[in-house]
Ligand binder design. Structure first.
Ligand SMILES: Cc1ncc(COP(=O)(O)O)c(C=O)c1O
Length: 422
C-alpha cells in the first residue's frame, strides 16, 4: 500500500485542541465549575463598532484588500494609543495590525525563531503560545513563574535557571492569563535588563491590559524598546474577538520582519474588522461625561447629522435642574468636545405666557480634545467645568437676590457632530 506523504515533526508535536481535552476531565468533576477557558468576553462591541454599523457607503474599501501594515486610519490611531496610553515610543513603521494577538505572536515567532531555538515561556501560560513557537520549529521552555516568584530578583533567577545557548526569546504575559497577575514595573525592568545582558528578544503579551484588579499595568517595552515586541488585542476589552484584529509594536526593523511573515500567511487581517476597530477607538464622550455627573443619565439624540448629548444636572441650591450639553466634533479617532454654559430665564410675554430665553450672563465655555481610546477626562478640563458651573451658580444666586424675575434654569451645553477626516 503506498503511504501518503508525511506531515512535519512540528505539527505532530502540536496538540490539535488546547481546551477540549479538559471536557472529559470536567465530566467527572463534582462541585462548582467556573468556565475560564475561552477568552470571549460577555461584552458586545460599542455601538458604532459593531458589524451591523458598518456600511460600504461610509467606508469605501470595506470589501477590498488594504495595506499589509493595516488600515491607515487604524495605524495612526494606534500610534497615538501606544504612545499616550502605553508610554511606548512609536511611529507608523513600528506598528503592525495583525489577525488577533495570536497572529501577532506568530509573526514574531516566524521573524525571530530558527529551528531548534528556545523560547522561555513564563508559566502558567495561555496554551496557544507553545504551539506558536513549535509552528516555526522552535522549542518552548516552560519557566514556573506566576505562582512561584515574589520579587524582581526571584523573577530574574527563575528565568536564568532555564537559559541555554539556544535561548532566543522570553515570553511575558501581563496581566497574566490565566493567573490575572499584574507584574510590577520593577520586575519588568529587571527582566528587561536581564534580556539585554543575555541578548534575548522579549515578547510582551498585553491583551488583558484593561483587566487590572490590583496594581498598575506597565508595558514591558518601556524598559527595553530595542528588543521588545508588544502584542495587544481588540478581542478582550472591546468584545470583538471574532473580528480578528490585534496589534503588534516593536522596533521598526523588527516589525518589518514580522510584517513579511504576516504578508505571506494572512496578507492582512480582515478589512471590515479593522474598520470596526477604528470606530471602537473613538472616545466614548457620553461615558466620560457621566463620570463628571455620575448620578445623572446621559441621553443622546440625533438632529440633522448632529448628535447632542444631554445630561440633566441637578443643582443642589434649589435653582432646579439644568441641562449639560456637549458638542463633539469627530476627527478620525480623536474627538473635540466643546462645552458651553448658558443661563436660561423664564420671562413673561406681553400676554402673560411664560417663555424661556437664553441669557448670556457668565457664559462659560470649555473645550478638550480626546485622543483615541481616551478613558478619562483630563483633570484640567474637569476642574474648568466644575469651576465654571460653580461660578454660574454664584452669579445666578446673586442675581436672584436682587431681581424680582429670577433666573430659573442653568444650561450647560455639550453636542456631537461628525467632522470630515483630515
Ligand atoms: C494571553 C493571551 N494572549 C493572546 C490571546 C489571543 O488573542 P487574540 O484573540 O487577539 O488572538 C489570548 C486569547 O485568549 C490570550 O489569552
Amino acid at each position: 500500500m503506498p503511504r501518503p506523504p508525511r506531515f512535519t515533526a512540528s505539527v505532530a508535536s502540536m496538540p490539535g485542541a488546547v481546551y477540549s481535552p479538559f471536557t472529559d476531565r470536567l465530566r467527572d468533576h463534582t462541585g462548582p465549575l467556573y468556565p475560564l477557558h475561552v477568552g470571549d468576553t460577555w461584552k458586545a462591541p460599542f455601538e458604532g463598532a459593531r458589524m451591523q454599523d458598518l456600511r460600504a457607503e461610509d467606508h469605501p474599501g470595506l470589501h477590498q484588500y488594504c495595506d499589509t501594515r493595516g488600515q491607515p486610519a487604524l495605524v495612526d490611531a494606534l500610534v497615538d494609543k501606544l504612545r499616550g496610553r502605553n508610554g511606548l515610543a512609536c511611529e507608523r513603521e513600528s506598528v503592525l495590525v495583525s489577525a488577533g494577538a495570536t497572529a501577532a505572536l506568530s509573526c514574531v515567532a516566524g521573524a525571530i525563531v530558527d529551528p531548534g531555538d528556545e523560547v522561555l515561556i513564563l508559566a502558567p501560560f495561555w496554551p496557544l503560545i507553545r504551539g506558536i513557537v513549535q509552528s516555526f520549529r522552535g522549542v518552548p521552555v516552560e519557566v514556573p513563574f506566576y505562582d512561584r516568584v515574589g520579587s524582581a530578583e526571584e523573577a530574574v533567577a527563575a528565568v536564568r535557571a532555564h537559559l541555554s545557548p539556544r535561548t532566543a526569546a522570553l515570553y511575558v504575559s501581563t496581566p497574566s492569563n490565566p493567573t490575572g497577575r499584574v507584574l510590577p514595573g520593577d520586575w519588568l525592568e529587571a527582566l528587561a535588563a536581564f534580556a539585554r545582558r543575555e541578548g534575548l528578544w522579549l515578547l510582551s503579551d498585553e491583551v488583558y491590559e484593561d483587566y487590572v484588579y490590583r496594581g498598575e499595568h506597565v508595558s514591558l517595552g518601556r524598559f527595553a524598546p530595542e528588543r521588545t515586541f508588544s502584542a495587544f488585542s481588540f478581542s478582550k476589552a472591546y468584545g470583538m474577538a471574532g473580528n480578528r484584529v490585534g496589534i503588534l509594536t516593536g522596533p521598526a526593523p523588527a516589525i518589518e520582519a514580522a510584517r513579511k511573515v504576516g504578508t505571506h500567511t494572512v496578507y492582512h487581517p480582515p478589512t471590515a474588522g479593522q474598520l470596526a476597530a477604528v470606530e471602537a477607538l473613538v472616545p466614548r464622550v457620553a461615558d466620560l461625561l457621566s463620570d463628571l455627573f455620575p448620578e445623572e443619565d446621559v441621553s443622546s439624540t440625533r438632529d440633522e447629522g448632529t448628535s447632542v448629548l444631554a445630561v440633566p444636572a441637578r443643582f443642589p441650591d434649589g435653582i432646579g435642574r439644568g441641562i449639560l450639553r456637549a458638542q463633539v466634533f469627530r476627527y478620525r479617532t480623536a474627538a473635540r468636545v466643546d462645552l458651553t454654559l448658558t443661563h436660561n430665564r423664564v420671562i413673561a410675554l406681553a400676554d402673560g405666557r411664560p417663555t424661556d430665553r437664553a441669557c448670556f450672563l457668565n457664559d462659560f465655555k470649555a473645550s478638550v480634545t480626546l485622543g483615541p481610546n481616551a478613558t478619562t477626562l483630563p483633570e484640567r478640563f474637569v476642574t474648568q467645568v466644575r469651576e465654571g458651573v460653580r461660578g454660574a451658580l454664584t452669579a445666578v444666586e446673586a442675581h436672584n437676590r436682587q431681581h424680582p424675575q429670577p433666573w430659573s434654569r442653568i444650561h450647560v451645553t455639550v453636542a456631537e457632530a461628525e467632522m470630515a477626516g483630515r
